[in-house]
Design a binder for this molecule. Structure first.
Ligand code: FAD
Ligand code: FES
Length: 284
C-alpha cells in the first residue's frame, strides 16, 4: 500500500461553489466559498493555516491556492484568486452551484504550536493575505487566544481598493491585544490612515522582537526589503517565517517540479523559516 493508503492522491473531490464576490476594485481578485458535495469528504478534510489545495476545472487545468478560510470558521472553504491566466480566468467565471475539483489539504502549516506563548507579527502585502487571514482568525479565536501574546498585523496595499477582506478589516482591528495597521503606498483621497511602503512602516511600528515570531507574505520585492528591517528589529532567522509560491504540478512530492535544494515546496513547504531557506540556498 502507498503512503496515501488506498486513496488516489491525484483524484480531486467535488466541491460546489456556494457564492463568490469581487474583492478588489480592479476586479482582479475574487473570493470563492465552497461546500463539499460529499459529507464524508468534508469530515476527512482537516487543515491548519498555511496549507493549500489544488483546484481543478475539467478541461482548464489545476493549480495551487492557499486556503483563506480558517479551520475555526467551519466546513466551508474560502479561496481568493488573482486572475492571471487560463485556470484563474475560468475560475472567475464559475457560476454559483457549479461543481469543480479540489485536492488537499496539501503542504505544511504555519507552526502555530511553536508560536505558543509568543507574540506574533504578521506582515502581508497585496493579495498574498489569503493564508494570513486564516492564520489571524485562528490566533484570535477564543479557543486559541490565550495561547498567544500580542498580535501585530501590518497589511499593505497599493491603494485602498486593493485590500482583500475590506469588510472584515475593521472588526479585526478591534480584537483585544491586537495592533492592526493597514497602509497604502501613496496618499489617496479616500484614505486617512497610514501611508507608506511596508518596510518603513514596519520600522515605525517597531514590534518588540524579544519574544516574537514574524510571518511575511507578499510580492518578492516587498519581502526583500522587509527581511532586513525584521533583522534590524532583532528577529533571528529562526523566528521569521515565509510562505513561498512556486509553480507546481502534483502537489504531493512526486513530480519534482517544485524543488528548492533537496526540499520540495509542495510537501516540505510552502512555509519555511528564514533559517531553513538560507540553509537550502547554501546547499544548492
Ligand atoms: C502554495 C501556493 C499557493 C498559492 N496561493 C494562491 C492564492 O491564494 N491566490 C492566488 O491567486 N494565487 C495563488 N497561487 C498562485 C497560483 O497557483 C497561480 O496564479 C496559478 O497557478 C495561475 O494559474 P493560471 O492557469 O491562471 O495561469 P497560467 O495560464 O498557467 O499562467 C499565466 C501566467 O502566470 C505565470 N504564473 C502561473 N503560475 C505562477 C506562479 N505560481 N508563480 C509565478 N508565476 C506564475 C505564468 O508563467 C504565466 O505568465 C499560489 C501558488 C502556490 C504555489
Ligand atoms: S509539485 Fe510535484 S514535487 Fe512538488
Amino acid at each position: 500500500m502507498s503512503e496515501f493508503g488506498n486513496e488516489n492522491p491525484y483524484k480531486p473531490v467535488p466541491v460546489r461553489l456556494s457564492r463568490s464576490w469581487i474583492e478588489t476594485e480592479d476586479n482582479n481578485v475574487k473570493s470563492f466559498l465552497f461546500d463539499f458535495v460529499n459529507p464524508e469528504d468534508a469530515e476527512k478534510f482537516e487543515y491548519l493555516p498555511g496549507q493549500f489545495c489544488q483546484i481543478s476545472i475539467w478541461g482548464w487545468g489545476e493549480a495551487p491556492f492557499g486556503i483563506a478560510s480558517s479551520p475555526v470558521e467551519g466546513e466551508q472553504l474560502l479561496f481568493s484568486v488573482n486572475r492571471i491566466g487560463t485556470l484563474t480566468n475560468r475560475l472567475h467565471a464559475t457560476a454559483d452551484n457549479e461543481i469543480i475539483g479540489l485536492r488537499g489539504p496539501l503542504g505544511n502549516i504555519y507552526p502555530v504550536e511553536l508560536f505558543k506563548d509568543h507574540d506574533v507579527v504578521i506582515v502581508g502585502g497585496g493579495y498574498a493575505f489569503t493564508t494570513l487571514r486564516s492564520l489571524f482568525l485562528f490566533l484570535v479565536d477564543p479557543a486559541n487566544r490565550d495561547n498567544y501574546g500580542k498580535i501585530t498585523v501590518l497589511y499593505g496595499a497599493r491603494t485602498p481598493g486593493l485590500f482583500l477582506y475590506r469588510d472584515e478589516l475593521e472588526a479585526w482591528s478591534n480584537y483585544p491585544n491586537v495592533e492592526f495597521v493597514t497602509t497604502i503606498d501613496n496618499p489617496h483621497p479616500d484614505w486617512d490612515g497610514v501611508v507608506g511602503l511596508i518596510p518603513p512602516v514596519l520600522k515605525d511600528i517597531a514590534p518588540n522582537s524579544s519574544n516574537a515570531f514574524a510571518i511575511v507574505c507578499g510580492p518578492p520585492i516587498m519581502i526583500r526589503f522587509t527581511l532586513p528591517i525584521l533583522s534590524e528589529l532583532g528577529f533571528p532567522e529562526d523566528r521569521i517565517y515565509l510562505s513561498l509560491e512556486m509553480r507546481m504540478k502534483c502537489g504531493i512530492g512526486k513530480c519534482g517540479r517544485c524543488n528548492l535544494g533537496h526540499k520540495y515546496i509542495c510537501v516540505d513547504g510552502p512555509v519555511f523559516s528564514m533559517a531553513e531557506l538560507n540553509g537550502l540556498v547554501k546547499d544548492m
